[in-house]
Each structure stands twice: as C-alpha cells, then as structure tokens.
Design a binder for this molecule. Structure first.
Ligand code: XIL
Length: 393
C-alpha cells in the first residue's frame, strides 16, 4: 500500500512550500475556454465519482439568464444542486404554501441536460436560516405534535416533488461551530432534538432510494476541534439509535479567511482531519464534498499568484479526500467567479473581486479547473453511487 504514505509525504512537502510561490507569467499559459480540457464529470466518472455544481435559477431562465455560464455547466457537470431554491426560505413563503417554481426551473434544466439532481436541504437547522414565519410559529397546545407535523409534511411534500434527487442533505449545520453543541430553533424548542431523527426517518420513507446526508462545514483548521467533535457525537448518536443516514457532507469551503486566517493544512492539522474522516467512514458513512470552493480572501492580489495558490490548495485537499474510497460526489459551490457567494461576504482588504471557482470573469478555465481535473486523474477507482433517476422511487 503506497497510496496513503505517498499522499501524506506529498502533502507534507507541499505544506512546507509557501503557497504564494511567485510564478513567471509565462509558466501559466493564458487560460482560454479550450484550456478547460476534458469534462470534469467525465474524469470523475472514470473513477466512479460524480462532479457537479450548485446553480441558481436566475442564470437558467429570466432576465439574468446566462447561456455562457450554462454552457460551462453542461460541459463539466454530471449533477446540479439548487444553491438556494430548495431551502425553506425559498420553498415556503408561509406555513401553508409550497412554491416550487424556481427549484422546478433548475430540476427541469438538469433533467433536459442529463444531469442528476442533489437536494439541499430538507432542514437547515440553524435559527438564522429559518423563515421568519417558522421562527415565530405558534405550535399551539401540543407543540411537539404540531412541530413534527410541520416538519414531516414539508419533507414529504418536497421529496415527493423531486423523486429524482439521488442524494439529500437532510440536515444542514445543526452543530454549533464554536461549542459543538446542537443548535436550537423553534422546531427543536417545540419537539426537542428528536427533530433531527424525525427528519431522517421521514426522508427515508419519502425518498427511499436517495442517499441521506448530514451536511456541515467543520474542517481541519485550528478552532474547529469542538465542531468536529460535535459532528462525530451527532453521527454516533444517529448510528446508535438506528437513524437512517448514509453519508457525511463535508461542505469544503476551503481556503483563507472564511473562519480564520489559515490558508492550508500543516501536517498536524491534516492528521486531525484524517482522524475525523476515519471515524466518520468507520461508521459506514460515505463522504460527499458538497460545496467546494477555495476562498482567496487573504491571498496576494496578483491574479496569477492567487490562482496558483487556490489551485495548489484545492489539489492537496482533493487528493486527501479522494484517498478515501467513500468520497464519491464532488459538488462545486458555483463554477464562475462573479457568481460566487463569497463575493458578498468577508471582503478582501484590497476590496478586489474574489477568484474562488474554476472559471474566471471571462469564462476562462483557471488553474483550479486543471487542479480538479488532475485530482480526478490521480484518484483511485471506487465503487460508484447509483445516481440514475430511473432508480429513484
Ligand atoms: C449560501 C448561498 O450560496 C447564498 O446565496 C445564500 O445567501 C446563503 O446560503 N453553507 C450552506 C449553503 O450550506 O446553503 C450556503 O449557501 C453556503 C454555506
């Protein structure tokens, strides 16, 4: 078995090298559309994996539709996930209404282009992301019963509407990143933390063929110890109680400036991260890279240097994650810099636009695109997850 040791050694060598190595401008050929090379999903598929991206309905239809962007998605993606359109805030304007219009745009587009659909998320169990009406909901004289009704009704309706979804983020971000404790919301106040188990059981009934995922943003970084421990506790609890969960979603918003100022992993952090992944996979769970991007908040302004640092970190991270045969799905959180959610958050000190995705503002493939491609090329083969709609429900 050379793989793990070689990977560790390789990662260690890379970790020792400064990320912002200046490159001669000529070292990077001017990126062009054609420089994108083979489709990322074709490379993924050859190893038993799927590559895809988050997308917003607005780029597919309506006044802001962007055919140049959708052409990139069609070329590189085997799966799509709604960036916001299947969250409660989007689907549920009020307690009675389900508004599927925007999410339907994405689902129809994916279907028409032979792309599978991931689901995000049946319950973002975080009080900041609840719709106002749900936060203020009057659960009446039997709050536990009413909360369970509201929750399971939502999950049943949404799963039934999208039977083609091959993988659902059932619960998103319920572990407090600072303390590792479970977050409280109006639902958990009404029915207790049983809310989490009920969500998974209901999802299994309503989407019996979908992979069921717990999704969160814990990472290897210093300061994430409590978060990692809390997530493992949650997963162990699920397993002990026989809750139907199939995979851990690792959001993978990697890079600088998101949680703290660290730009990479040193070997001690990497060891901790592997320990965490070993424990999760040891519970029989698959791994989903569910929201991949590489934050460049604190990287040098020079785009050549910055893009290379982003690509290097992305490559090291994916190599590590792909060394686990349980990693079968990689979803980018957007493919085109100007549309990245990171543009509006955690601004760079120089005020410059961020470059966290595989394509730049001119729709040209960046080094990160090549790094993802190379990581798929280098990945060991694994047993594929069945994502074909025909096998759903
Ligand atoms: C983000 C979207 O990208 C933004 O457009 C929106 O304003 C907020 O949510 N973790 C998650 C995703 O699970 O749902 C988040 O998506 C990014 C962080």
């Amino acid at each position: 078995m050379t793989t793990r040791r070689t990977l560790l050694a390789g990662a260690a060598a890379l970790a020792a090298a400064p990320l912002a190595t200046p490159l001669a401008a000529s070292a990077l050929a001017a990126p062009s559309r054609d420089a994108a090379g083979p489709s990322l999903n074709d490379l993924a598929k050859a190893k038993g994996m799927t590559f895809g991206s988050a997308v917003s309905a607005g780029v597919i239809a309506g006044p802001r539709r962007d055919p140049r962007y959708t052409a990139l998605l069609e070329r590189d993606c085997g799966a799509l996930v709604c960036e916001n359109e299947t969250k409660w805030v989007a689907l549920r304007p009020d307690a009675q209404t389900f508004d599927f219009a925007a999410a339907d745009t994405i689902a129809a587009y994916a279907g028409a282009h032979d792309m599978a659909l991931r689901g995000h998320t049946l319950l973002w169990h975080h009080p900041d992301w609840f719709p106002q009406w749900l936060t203020n909901y009057d659960f009446g004289s039997r709050p536990a019963t009413e909360a369970e009704r509201v929750l399971s009704d939502h999950i049943r309706r949404v799963c039934a509407h999208y039977p083609q979804v091959f993988s659902w983020d059932v619960i998103n971000e319920t572990v407090d990143a600072q303390t590792g404790a479970l977050r409280d919301t109006s639902l958990s106040n009404a029915m207790g933390q049983r809310v989490l188990d009920v969500a998974f059981h209901t999802a299994r009934e309503a989407a019996p063929h979908a992979q069921l995922v717990y999704n969160d943003y814990m990472s290897w970084e210093a300061g994430h110890e409590a978060h990692r421990a809390g997530v493992l506790r949650l997963l162990e609890g699920f397993k002990t109680r026989g809750v139907p969960i199939d995979a851990l979603g690792v959001q993978s918003h990697i890079g600088s400036g998101n949680q703290d100022d660290s730009v990479g992993f040193d070997t001690a952090q990497e060891r901790e991260w592997r320990k965490f992944l070993d424990e999760a996979t040891g519970m029989g769970l698959d791994i989903v890279i569910s929201e991949f991007d590489v934050h460049d908040k604190n990287l040098p302004a020079d785009p050549v240097v910055r893009d290379q640092a982003v690509a290097d970190l992305g490559r090291r991270y994916l190599d590590l994650m792909f060394s686990y045969p349980q990693t079968k799905t990689v979803m980018a959180w957007g493919m085109y810099d100007p549309y990245s959610w990171l543009q509006g958050r955690w601004p760079r000190e120089d005020g410059g636009a961020k470059r966290p995705t595989p394509f730049d503002a001119e729709y040209r493939a960046k080094p990160l695109h090549g790094a993802i491609a190379d990581a798929f090329r280098a990945a060991p083969m694994r047993t594929a997850l069945d994502i074909t709609p025909a096998n759903r429900n």
